[in-house]
Design a protein around this ligand. Structure first.
Ligand code: PLP
Length: 356
């Protein structure tokens, strides 16, 4: 059945091993982020086989699935700041959660007390990216408050960069995070075991040997899945870039002009399109559209060019491939957004390769 997404589990495991080695050489124990594949269990198993001890996701549904399958053989980390309304589940299924709001931390404390557990949290600090995290100057007052919460154990500090503001991890902002940990401990706080220095965008610094000493945890999603760091999307040496392939089928193949005929109004998505005149050329329609996937993909065959797409159709210029036929399959490498959407879509079949 098409469209489908081919998931190469052996290559994902290889990527996991390469990144684990890279991190461990620098004293970092990363967790594997599963949200890019909706916490697909086969993919999660490949991470665990590679040696990851902690799996992280932003959604409770996904964490429950992971905990239900792996039980206590792995640790779970909730990435999105919890909703007050989901604190019961967070305490039940997450070994650790990332937090930035005192109200929520107090609720977690109350729930944990009720069920007789101690819940571990990592406090997120905003170092300028302006997504989640408390402001560094507020850390001291938060510390005073959380120290009185009996059922909460603050295990570390963390930060998230390159997400909203596109702020790049640097020696300066990561050193600031390490410094905040020192200050926390100087104020008499219990020693913090974890300094979580970001996501796949920290891999570039890691490869350049620039990550400050104190950083000992990273949360890796895209780099593991797609083999690229996320500052410049550069290939991480020894990893595979073709872990996931989107495969679609050609349903129409004709020679047509490249500029539509008639007066141009809005397209199906409310935009007024513009066209490059490339003369008469060979166009293929693949049965794959925005309802299936984000069309930010790269054709595996470099002779193919994506012209555009709508809800159900993807248009390709295949002039350079005279032998193509209706019914032939075309393969693409997804970017992270396309992967996320493809894995979420009920219209895209999932096929596993290299299952152990
Ligand atoms: C999604 C997410 C990550 C993983 O990011 P990648 O760029 O895929 O490595 C890490 N931390 C948080 C808080 C996230 O939400």
């Amino acid at each position: 059945m098409y469209p489908k997404i081919e998931i190469n589990l052996r290559k994902i495991k290889d990527n996991g091993e390469v990144l684990l080695k890279l991190c461990r050489e620098k004293g970092i124990e990363p967790c594997a982020v599963t949200k890019g594949t909706c916490a697909d269990l086969e993919v999660a198993k490949a991470f665990v086989q590679a040696g990851f001890k902690e799996l992280a996701d932003s959604r409770m549904e996904n964490i429950k699935k992971l905990k239900g399958y792996f039980k206590d053989s792995i640790k779970t980390l909730l990435l999105r700041i919890p909703m007050v309304s989901e604190c019961e589940e967070v305490v039940d299924y997450c070994d650790t959660s990332l937090n930035s709001e005192l109200i929520t931390i107090k609720k977690l404390n109350e729930v944990a007390g009720r069920v007789g557990k101690k819940h571990k949290i990592i406090i997120m600090v905003d170092l300028g990216d302006l997504r989640e995290g408390i402001w560094p100057t507020d850390l001291e007052s938060i510390q005073r408050e959380v120290e009185n919460l009996e059922n909460i154990q603050v295990v570390g500090l963390g930060t998230n960069l390159t997400c909203y503001g596109g702020i790049i991890p640097s020696e300066k902002n990561l050193a600031q995070l390490c410094d905040l940990k020192r200050q926390w401990e100087l104020r008499g706080g219990t020693p913090l075991q974890i300094i979580s220095g970001g996501n796949s965008s920290s891999i570039k610094m890691l490869m350049e040997g620039k990550i400050p000493q104190g950083i000992n945890h990273l949360r890796l999603g895209e780099s593991l899945l797609l083999g690229r760091e996320t500052i410049n999307r550069e290939h991480i040496p020894k990893t595979h870039l073709d872990t996931f392939k989107i495969v679609g089928e050609i349903v129409e193949l004709k020679e047509k002009p490249s500029v539509p005929i008639g007066e141009i109004g809005q397209d199906a998505f409310g935009n007024v399109p513009t066209f490059e005149d490339r003369g008469i050329h060979k166009r293929a329609i693949v049965a794959l559209g925005r309802q299936d996937i984000d069309l930010n993909m790269e054709p595996l065959n470099k002779e193919i060019e994506i012209l555009g797409g709508s809800s159900d159709h993807l248009l390709l210029d295949v002039t350079k491939l005279p032998d193509l036929k209706v019914g032939d399959k075309v393969e693409f490498l997804p970017n992270y957004g396309a992967l996320l959407q493809g894995m979420t879509s009920p219209y895209v079949q999932k096929e596993y390769i290299g299952k152990e």
